[in-house]
Design a protein around this ligand. Structure first.
Ligand SMILES: C[S@@+](CC[C@H](N)C(=O)[O-])C[C@H]1O[C@@H](n2cnc3c(N)ncnc32)[C@H](O)[C@@H]1O
Length: 926
């Protein structure tokens, strides 16, 4: 059998030169030279691990996840490193330019490049991703970094990633959001969102559904994206990521999705005479990209080869089911939820989907799997399984006989264990360790081996060379064999016979050999009901507007008080006769009297969840007793969380009164039109006082923050406490200190990232027309005093403008034979005698490379000069003596630094900065 670059059946994959040089070594079992005994080692140190795991092969071969004739291609693909894949941000003004740059510059530049003596295919768009937005290069990241041929391309990727125009993301990870079909008016929940690759796609889709064209982008759509993660550090990663894709519609929360709370919001019907009432928030779209064993990521996380055991997946099943049920309970009729994992294991996939549908009433209930087989037809995928096998825990002790011929024991385990204990014999569980131990036992005896060549992976005899798996036919059978084990294992792991009826074939399995990717599982579920039911975003907006106009707010009354007890507040919110999705739903899918919920809570993962998330099921008084007075004091000092829950230390989210003098000065200076959503401006202090940063939120976000009734401690509103809200909206205005502050009419500048949502409301007096020549000057000039600005309209208009923040509107134009095809808006600061482009270093470099094909910014020049030992030491012109600090402060600060400063100054504790630093090295997950 050749272990070569066999082209994958799915086309497009497997054949690229994206793996290291294969070395062969003698297999532990003594039969060398086969693909499954291959060791991968590239000259860039790709991996020296043994990429074999016979238990893995035996387990999945028995599950029948791919046909025998594809087995070799399937396993072979897993042993190769992943290609590099990335996506351009949909709907940004730069997106089309960047795609053109790929086509016209990098595809030709990288054609004919070789790696390890073989040609590498030039970058190509992923055929199944809309609008040519996603691309693939058939070399792994480390090669891109090290090979000189890729240097310019690598720089391009780094620059554009830093400014949010591009996201590196594994191809399969891009799939789930595509099936959600997010629209601008949708209320969207991403239940397990960190580190945020898919959240980014959801944000993009909300603003510009699957398009590369900025004309169809809505900078402040009616919908909402709520990105949640139960791990607080990872949730702060989401906050950090959000700075790359600023959106007024984004909220970041930090709760256990398996105990997703009921959220109340103000709502008003379409009838103008109706009053504002309270509604439970129902989402139009939900993504449940749940925690999983991750064996579909073998190509990236090579340690899994060694660590994988048959029990990896099943411990997560209860948590996955709880999260899915909570999601389905929070969906509006006609709403859609996508459940996904990067695991191949049916126990984490089809078994979870089937149990959830059953729990919601089965095939006649209110949840159905959507047939998406005609959507994204270019994406090759396999159907979901309608049957699978279960090997519960370390089940080997349940059997007699050789590993290849397991017979159920004659006596139930418990009786035998008792006897053994009496006789002082070792516990039989030791045998399980043997099955799951790293050594791989092959079961061809030596005589067979001598008889002929080893069967190839695609021949029927191959399975005999792998260990047997201790499968148990049903939960009832397990109960007969080992009642105590059965008590700890959920019945919902096993197929119940109704899988085909439930439509499990509609699930999707993506395998690595199909299109040179990792492995992934995706299921699209829908809550039955009219798909055209109005999104709650419209009712929330009507309610918020009515309250702005003096209508009475809703009465949260007793329900709000009840919500103070988290134990009361975790029940499901089904409509239309669906069963309630309770926190203990796992219990309901097991044999009566079987405490499967115990199994759930005894699983390691669950325990970790409990450690990391609010104790939402504990009783308040009991917890209060446990708290030391010191801890109580700390909580009082730093904010409040739910009683008994993790303290919630965030500064409050306060909307600034529109009568605030700073808001009035912003309105006047920028000539904002009357329909600018001034009421949606947030600050992070209890006094609602604009000190350094003002955030802009969408109306749906305002409804969410102000809903839920009265808050606690420093928090005026309850929802932020309940959801442990970490971030809302996007930074819009920053206070600009200047030596000439006294002369400023308005001390606030527009933050560049927030230009898209603010630009439509700006008066023409805040915008200054410019050309590419003016932009080239501002990018490359150390001291951009008025006298040095190229003669023209920009210079003349600028001189007449007031000191402060303006927008430079660069029209399509030409400079030194470089053509700018599409106009761009950029923030500038008009100082006393100079003007500055208000972009940080990364933005300047990226902009410069994108337009001029090289970095012409002062930053690059400074680097170059310092390398040559000739840094410009010329003093700034006298005109700038009292204003250089304004420019330098802005230009010198990169985003991360700005973020840290702002966080530590505004939030008292630099929690976000710390979290970002802690997780900085973490690679984006699929
Ligand atoms: C597979 S990752 C999600 C990847 C993410 N969707 C992306 O595309 O970047 C699973 C995430 O779930 C989070 N998680 C684990 N248990 C959770 C729970 N009970 N509730 C919410 N999030 C949870 C983990 O912290 C982890 O960040």
């Amino acid at each position: 059998m050749s272990r070569t670059k066999k082209r994958a059946p799915g086309g497009g994959g497997g054949g690229g030169k994206n793996w290291g040089k294969g070395g062969k070594r003698k297999a532990p079992g003594g039969q060398g030279g086969q693909a499954n005994q291959q060791q991968q080692k590239g000259n860039d140190g790709w991996s020296t691990l043994d990429m074999n795991n016979k238990r893995f092969e035996a387990y999945y071969m028995d599950q029948g996840i791919v046909p025998q004739e594809e087995w070799e291609a399937f396993m072979d693909a897993f042993r190769q490193s992943l290609p590099t894949t990335f996506r351009f941000t949909a709907g940004k003004t730069t997106t089309r330019q960047l795609i053109t740059q790929m086509q016209e510059r990098f595809v030709p530049e990288l054609s004919g490049v070789e790696f390890e003596g073989e040609p590498v295919k030039p970058p190509q768009p992923l055929s199944w991703y809309p609008e040519g937005l996603a691309w693939q290069v058939d070399v792994r990241k480390s090669v891109l970094r090290k090979q000189p041929d890729f240097q310019n391309f690598q720089k391009f990727l780094v620059n554009e990633t830093a400014v949010g125009s591009l996201s590196r993301q594994e191809a399969v990870s891009m799939i789930p959001p595509l099936f959600l079909d997010v629209q601008p008016h949708h209320l969207v929940l991403d239940m397990c969102a960190a580190p945020g690759s898919k959240t980014a796609q959801l944000i993009e889709a909300l603003h510009s559904p699957m398009t590369s064209s900025p004309e169809h982008s809505d900078p402040c759509p009616p919908g909402l994206i709520m990105a949640n993660d139960s791990d607080v550090k990872r949730a702060y990663m989401l906050v950090h990521q959000a700075t790359r894709l600023p959106s007024p519609n984004l909220c970041v929360t930090n709760v256990d999705a398996g105990a997703w709370p009921k959220i109340q919001v103000p709502w008003k019907g379409q009838d103008p005479s109706s009053s504002v009432v309270v509604k439970d928030l129902k989402f139009d779209r939900i993504l449940g990209d749940v925690p999983c064993s991750g064996d579909g990521t073998l190509r990236k996380n090579v340690a899994i080869w060694k660590e994988w055991t048959t029990t990896n997946g099943q411990g997560l099943h209860p948590l996955q089911l709880r999260i899915l049920l909570k999601g389905l309970g929070s969906l509006r009729p006609g709403g859609r939820m996508v459940y996904s994992t990067c695991s191949l294991n049916p126990l984490e996939n089809e078994a979870v989907i089937a149990a959830a549908i059953r729990e919601c009433g089965g095939k006649d209930g209110n949840i159905r799997l959507v047939d998406v087989s005609n959507q994204i037809p270019e994406l090759k995928r396999a159907k979901g399984l309608t049957t699978w096998k279960v090997c519960p825990g370390k089940g080997r002790h349940l059997f007699d006989g050789s590993a290849n011929n397991m017979q159920p024991k004659q006596e139930p385990k418990s009786a035998k264990a008792d006897k053994a204990a009496t006789a002082g014999e070792p516990a039989e569980e030791d045998e399980d360790a043997a099955f799951n131990a790293p050594e791989q036992t092959t079961h061809r005896d030596d005589t067979t081996a001598e008889k002929g060549p080893e069967p190839t992976a695609e021949s029927p005899g191959y399975r005999q060379t792998l260990p047997a798996v201790p499968w148990v036919d049903s939960w009832q059978r397990l109960k007969e064999l080992d009642p105590s084990m059965a008590n700890r294992v959920p019945k919902s792991l096993w197929p119940a016979g109704d899988e085909a009826e439930l439509g499990l074939e509609r699930c999707m399995r993506v395998y690595p050999h199909y299109q040179n990717t990792g492995g992934f599982f995706i299921a699209v579920l829908e809550k039955k009901g009219a798909a055209d039911v109005e999104s709650q975003s419209a009712g929330i907006a009507r309610a918020v507007e009515a309250m702005d106009n003096g209508a009475a707010g809703p009465s949260y009354g007793a329900s709000s008080k009840r919500a103070l007890s988290p134990a009361d507040d975790t029940e499901g919110q089904e409509e239309g006769g669906a069963k309630k999705a309770k926190v203990d739903e796992v219990q309901q899918v097991t044999e009566p009297g079987t405490p499967a919920a115990e199994a759930a809570s005894s699983s390691k993962v669950d325990q970790q969840q409990k450690d990391a998330t609010p104790e939402t099921t504990s009783s308040a008084p009991a917890t209060a007793e446990r708290q030391s007075s010191k801890q109580k004091q700390r909580e009082t000092d730093s904010g409040y969380g739910l009683p008994g829950g993790t303290p919630y230390k965030e500064d409050p989210f306060e909307f600034i009164p529109i009568t605030n003098e700073q808001v009035i000065s912003i309105h006047k200076f920028f000539g904002l039109s009357l329909n600018f959503p001034s009421r949606n401006l947030i600050v992070r202090n209890a006094e609602a006082n604009p000190l350094r940063t003002i955030y802009l939120a969408s109306t749906a976000v305002r409804g969410l923050i102000t809903g839920g009734g009265q808050g606690m401690g420093v928090h005026r509103h309850f929802n932020p406490v309940k959801l442990r809200l970490l971030n809302a909206g996007t930074k819009a205005f920053a206070r600009q200190e200047s030596n000439k502050s006294g002369d400023l009419e308005c001390k606030w500048r527009i933050i560049g990232d927030a230009l898209p949502p603010i630009r439509p409301y700006l008066a023409s007096t805040s915008v200054i027309a410019a050309t590419l020549t003016d932009l080239a000057f501002l990018l490359s000039e150390y001291y951009p005093i008025f006298d040095r600005i190229p003669a023209g309209d920009f210079k003349e208009t600028l001189k007449d403008r007031k000191m402060g923040s303006h927008v430079m509107d660069v029209a399509p134009s030409e400079h030194e034979s470089i053509v700018l095809k599409e106009g761009i808006d950029l923030p500038i600061w008009r100082a006393g005698a100079s003007v500055n482009l208000m972009l940080d270093k990364a933005d300047r470099s990226a902009l410069s490379c994108r337009i001029f094909g090289k970095d012409v910014s002062t930053n690059a020049r400074m680097k170059l000069e310092s390398n040559k030992g000739a840094v410009s030491t010329a003093a700034p012109p006298a005109e700038l003596a009292d204003e250089v600090d304004t420019a330098a402060a802005e230009e010198g600060a990169d985003k991360a630094q700005m973020l840290k400063t702002e966080v530590s100054e505004e939030q008292g504790a630099p929690a976000e900065a710390e979290a970002v630093a802690d997780v900085a090295g973490e690679a984006a997950q699929p």
